[in-house]
Design a protein around this ligand. Structure first.
Ligand SMILES: Cc1cc2nc3c(=O)[nH]c(=O)nc-3n(C[C@H](O)[C@H](O)[C@H](O)COP(=O)(O)OP(=O)(O)OC[C@H]3O[C@@H](n4cnc5c(N)ncnc54)[C@H](O)[C@@H]3O)c2cc1C
Length: 443
């Protein structure tokens, strides 16, 4: 098994079972999925069939109409593709614990995807401890497994970069496809995947209107192909410019594990491996993204700013906590784009309509929420709430770390100023000078 280092044995309990169970929980795809391949391998080895299980928990924290629609669209691709490989798949509605119990009773071994957020890690640890079955976790959503690249929280991009680059060749090329020899267990889905909006209307979900992206592997490939053919050659020069639309828009697909970062690298490399555009994209999708996963993986909780921020950043905010704020807005005013700043309002409209904000504007969006909130705790809560409610790529390690970056995480100190202290500030004037933003404001 070429990717054996991605596989982690969580616990051993010898037991008989009718199948090998793959609980697909973070990598909702069939292609380039190490967990899936390992499950096939174990099924061949033990000569019992493989069953893929996906649990749809409509009460999942911060889930809403928009995010569930995107998620279920992705499941349609997984369902069809798994069946086309003559492998059994069940999509079941309920809570993780309840559904897993009955499936684990009949399983010999369970495989699942590794998680990177503390709340999910805790939920899974509880499930593991309550069930006497052999369990493996597989790190399939990162280029380098999170606990191999580093065993502690990294300080910044410059500390994790050399570690990633050292291991890159080995993990970049470790994927291996396994031919499945087992029998085909009858597939079933409790969610009508041909009628997703109807299904969602039956649930009592927070009503956030759908964003203009369709979930799933097939759409991820279309988005990627469009990026490669139309935008990639301008990526380095234009990625920061909100007027140019050069970003890939692949983040929602990475968030739901609809596509593997390894497949994205393969696609880009065929096109152009040595260009500055490739290195610029690599810096974002591998170095920054994996730095974010490193941070959340080694954080016990994501609520307390004093524990989350570097000491210098927390201290400097504390020293400036009583500085006069020129504007203070409520969460409702932020949510409804009711600030005095047309550019900021446009970024919030973009989040609500499009389900993501342009990367550069996302920094501005966050920095201004800090500037216009009563204190940093209110600002952090508002950002998490808005980002996780409206962004299709929300609730991700990148969400928390992107937001915390606005508070100084993984950044350096700057010249001291009001409210922000030594934390980097952003001004509207420099945004306008750089990009104009006339088109952006009209969105
Ligand atoms: C306040 C704030 C909130 C953010 N919230 C999220 C979020 O909820 N989800 C999310 O995925 N990203 C978030 N980011 C990081 C970044 O803005 C997005 O990853 C990026 O805009 C996604 O769009 P894209 O895929 O078109 O980007 P591209 O420029 O095409 O980048 C390709 C991929 O590289 C990774 N990437 C790009 N920029 C960053 C970055 N700064 N840090 C880490 N990884 C990066 C992402 O996986 C992205 O999909 C946030 C940043 C800030 C400042």
């Amino acid at each position: 098994m070429k990717f054996y280092k991605r596989i982690e044995k969580v616990q051993t309990f010898e037991k008989v079972g009718k199948y090998i169970l793959y609980w697909m929980q973070g990598a909702f795809r069939v292609k380039y999925n190490h967990s899936f391949e390992y499950a096939k391998y174990l099924s061949n080895k033990h000569n019992i069939p493989l069953l893929v299980l996906i649990i749809v928990d409509f009460s999942y924290p911060e889930g809403n109409f928009r995010s569930f629609k995107f998620f279920l669209e992705g499941l349609k691709d997984v369902f069809e593709e798994t069946i086309s490989q003559q492998i059994g798949i069940n999509i079941v509605v309920g809570s993780f614990q309840d559904v897993l119990k009955s499936y684990i009773d009949n399983a010999k071994i369970m495989i699942t995807d590794k998680s990177y957020l503390p709340n999910l890690i805790n939920i899974k640890n509880t499930i593991y401890s309550e069930n006497k079955i052999t369990i493996y976790q597989v790190d399939t959503n990162l280029v380098i497994p999170v606990n191999i690249v580093s065993q502690k929280k990294e300080y910044a991009a410059y500390t994790i970069r050399p570690k990633i680059l050292k291991l890159l060749y080995e993990y970049r090329n470790d994927f291996e496809e396994i031919k499945y020899n087992g029998s085909f267990l009858k597939p079933k889905t409790e969610v009508d995947l041909n009628n997703i909006e109807n299904e969602l209307r039956k649930q009592n979900l927070v009503n956030v209107l759908p964003a203009p992206y369709i979930g799933g592997y097939k759409e991820a490939k279309k988005i990627l192909d469009y990026f490669v053919s139309k935008k990639f050659k301008y990526y380095k020069d234009n990625r920061n410019n909100p007027e140019k639309e050069s970003e890939s828009n692949i983040s929602p697909y990475l968030h739901f594990g609809n596509i593997s970062p390894l497949e994205i690298l393969d696609t880009l490399e065929i096109f152009d491996k040595s260009s500055e555009n490739y290195y610029s994209f690599f810096e974002e999708m591998v170095i920054r993204r994996e730095l974010a996963h490193n941070f959340t993986y080694y954080s016990n909780d994501l609520n307390n700013l004093e524990n989350l921020l570097p000491a210098w950043a927390f201290k400097t905010f504390y020293e400036h906590k009583d500085d006069k704020r020129e504007y203070v807005y409520s969460l409702e005013e932020f949510e409804n784009s009711k600030t005095h700043d047309e550019i900021w309002n446009a970024s919030q409209r973009e989040l609500k309509k499009r389900g993501k904000i342009h990367n550069y504007m996302r920094m501005y969006w966050g920095k201004k929420i800090i500037e216009w909130s009563k204190n940093i705790e209110d600002a952090y809560d508002a950002m998490i709430y808005l980002n996780n409610k409206y962004a299709l790529d929300g609730r991700d390690p990148n969400s928390y770390v992107g937001i915390l970056w606005c508070f100084g995480l993984h950044d350096r100190a700057f010249k001291e100023r009001k409210i922000f202290g030594k934390v980097r500030w952003m001004s509207q004037g420099s945004l306008i000078r750089k990009f104009g933003l006339n088109k952006y404001i009209r969105n």
